[in-house]
Design a protein around this ligand. Structure first.
Ligand code: C2E
Ligand code: MG
Ligand code: MG
Length: 619
């Protein structure tokens, strides 16, 4: 019966006669054993729960039998079925991503060999196709003699963490639009490259690339297309920088390496390290120019973007990244000034010019306060009668040291710095005030014509300003004319249309300046409330010698007629030109032939001198 009772599940028995003292102890012992068993179960349970919550699994490797026993969490992490809780080590290794398998096998072998704990991370390729990254920590379990018999390991699923870390790194070091290294990463890389170049004694080049007229492209095409264009450009640049043949061929003596980054907007840098000669950088710049000249395809349309590049060389042009970058930027600026779509090496002379520009810029700020600007006026006369109908106000700057400066010397700076807005307002006020003064002095009514820059059109409340100026000077709107360039009209046509109609309410007239040098959409020309086209001086200049210019001038006059606009020929210097223009039916003439731009006080005598020959009594 002892045997039978064990068979059916009894765990203990006592023999009669029962000794009450012993019975009590046995019962107590049994109760304690049950409690202990429950505690173990609970503890196992808790461990499993904690493992699940912490996404930590564990395994136990029996070295002798070469099998691993996996906890439930570990099993799930590796994508194993419940019946695979105990598996051979070979099978376990099969689950490791092939690229990491060797690493894991070596860690196992080394751990046994050196009897040491280890920590590694590796990728697991589960049979369900998912891939996860685990962090594994393992340590040996030794027997009484100190020999390792087993290894206990924990595995943690760090897939999400790795993903987050990668993402953080991407955000901090890469440009989201193009995937290129960003300014931050570029600066770090360039810093290291400078250190390396200093140690090894090689040269390093920074090429600073800025796309030409990108803002205009972006405004015209819209930002989505603009982004696509930037991505296209970045791809083209990547292929240059990656093309090992290109980089290898530029400098035979050393091994040149290159890297590309996007600093922001339409600005990119290409860094070349390990150069022996700076000319190598020019070759890369030429490749870039070539690559950009290939049309980019966006939505079945082709676009060509060009870029201007500036190159600064370590150590010739600077010893640290900031200076190199600044000098490359200055050189890029020089490339822009010299007509764009080209590159320039930095030079000290450029630096001097840039410093001068900066000085001029701060002077210009003061020029407005100190009232150093003056207006000269150039008459516009009727082609047939020679009668003065308008005077164009052209600004000059009476610089205390440099003398009288023409607008070309400072309008560009004023536009870049935004000073053009107060400057433009000053010009308008002064011109309108002058018109009123002439009227009060008894001259026949004439319009004053004022040049308006694109920034005034887009970035200021031009309509309000014009109304205020007319109000303050008490000039009737019909005696004011504004000159706008084609490109400023075409930048943001929606907004421009509205502004132009707002301006027209005051009764002023609008003309397109330098017509033919920019690009216009005929569709908009037709829709804008314009009054006149001013044929650019460059066409008038060679009118009588260049058949093309003659043809263009003819065409512009015909176009203006068709659009019901009048025409003004700018820069007329010779009688022949005047004759041609009269023949073609051009309405107004402006140029040195009639008069140079002259100070306001000379306008009166000029008008009188012209009036003289017509007086029959004076003959
Ligand atoms: P623009 O509006 O096309 O003015 C005509 C320019 O051509 C003037 O140069 C004038 O002196 C010059 N010009 C006139 N007739 C002849 C000629 O027969 N032969 C030659 N070779 N040149 C002639 P300026 O005064 O140096 O002005 C240059 C440009 O500066 C102007 O071109 C205009 O775009 C800009 N500008 C002048 N004043 C202002 C202003 O107050 N505001 C703005 N935003 N721009 C201005
Ligand atoms: Mg003008
Ligand atoms: Mg002009």
């Amino acid at each position: 019966s002892v045997h039978r009772s064990y068979e059916v599940g009894a765990t203990d028995f006592i023999t009669k006669p029962i000794n009450p003292a012993i019975l009590t102890h046995r019962v107590l012992y049994l109760l304690r054993a049950t409690v202990a068993l429950r505690v173990v179960r609970e503890s196992e349970d808790r461990l499993a729960r904690v493992q699940r919550a912490a996404r930590i699994g564990s395994w136990d490797w029996d070295i002798q039998a070469d099998v691993l026993q996996l906890s439930e969490e570990a099993r799930q992490m590796f994508g194993l079925a419940p019946e695979e809780a105990v598996i051979a080590r070979e099978r376990f290794l099969d689950l490791v991503n092939p690229a990491d398998r060797n690493k894991v096998a070596t860690a196992f072998a080394d751990a046994v060999h050196y009897d040491e704990a280890y920590s590694i991370s590796y990728r697991v390729s589960r049979s369900d196709g998912r891939e996860c990254v685990v962090q594994e920590l393992a340590e040996p379990v030794v027997d009484d003699s100190g020999k390792p018999v087993r290894f206990c390991g924990t595995v943690k699923d760090v897939t999400e963490r790795e993903k987050a870390e990668t993402q953080i790194r991407m955000l901090a070091y890469y440009d989201a639009l193009t995937g290129l290294p960003n300014r931050q990463q570029f600066r770090e890389q360039a810093g290291q490259a400078v250190t390396a170049a200093r140690r090894v004694g090689t040269k390093m080049a920074l090429i600073y690339l800025d796309l030409d007229h990108f803002k205009r492209i972006n405004d015209t095409l819209g930002h989505t297309q603009g982004d696509m264009l930037l991505r296209g450009v970045s791809k083209a640049l990547t292929s240059i920088v990656r093309g090992t043949d290109i980089v290898a061929k530029v400098d035979v003596e050393t091994s040149v390496s290159s890297s590309l980054a996007r600093l922001g907007g339409d600005e990119f840098t290409i860094m070349l390290t390990g150069l022996s000669r700076s000319e190598s950088a020019a070759r890369v710049a030429n490749r870039i120019k070539e690559a950009l000249s290939r049309p980019l395809k966006l939505d079945d349309r082709e676009y060509v973007v060009t870029g201007s590049m500036g190159i600064a060389i370590y150590p010739d042009d600077g010893e640290d990244v900031d200076i190199l970058l600044r000098n490359a930027d200055i050189a890029m600026y020089a490339a822009k000034e010299e007509g764009r779509n080209t590159y320039r090496f930095f030079s000290e002379e450029m630096n001097a010019r840039m410093l001068e520009r900066l000085a001029l810029e701060s002077d210009l700020r003061r020029a407005l306060e100190r009232d150093e600007l003056v207006l000269h006026f150039q008459p516009l006369v009727e082609a047939l009668t020679g009668k003065i109908v308008a005077l164009e106000a052209l600004v000059r700057w009476q610089h205390p040291q440099r003398g009288l400066l023409p607008p070309l010397d400072f309008i560009g700076i004023a536009e870049e710095t935004g000073l053009i807005i107060p400057l433009g307002e000053w010009v308008m006020r002064a011109a309108c005030g002058q018109a009123v003064a002439w009227r009060e002095a008894g001259f026949a009514p004439m319009r004053v014509s004022v040049n308006v820059s694109s920034r005034q059109l887009t970035q200021s409340d031009l309509v309000t300003t014009v109304k205020q100026v007319l109000d303050a000077t008490r000039l009737a709107g019909e005696y004011l004319e504004l000159e706008l360039t084609e490109s400023s009209l075409m930048t943001d046509v929606e907004a421009t249309t509205q502004t132009l109609w707002g301006l027209k309410e005051t009764g002023l007239s609008l003309s397109v300046d330098d017509f033919g040098t920019g690009y216009s959409s005929m569709n908009y020309l037709k829709r804008f409330p314009l009054d006149a086209l001013k044929i650019d001086r460059s066409f008038v200049q060679d009118l009588t010698v260049d058949a093309n210019d003659a043809a263009i001038t003819k065409a512009v006059i015909a176009l203006a007629k068709a659009l019901d606009l009048s025409t003004v020929a700018e820069g007329v210097e010779e009688e022949d030109q005047l004759e041609f223009l009269v023949d073609q039916g051009c309405d107004l003439i402006q140029g040195f032939l009639i008069s140079r731009p002259i100070p306001a006080e000379e306008i009166g005598p000029f008008i009188e001198s012209r009036a003289l020959p017509e007086k029959p009594s004076s003959a």
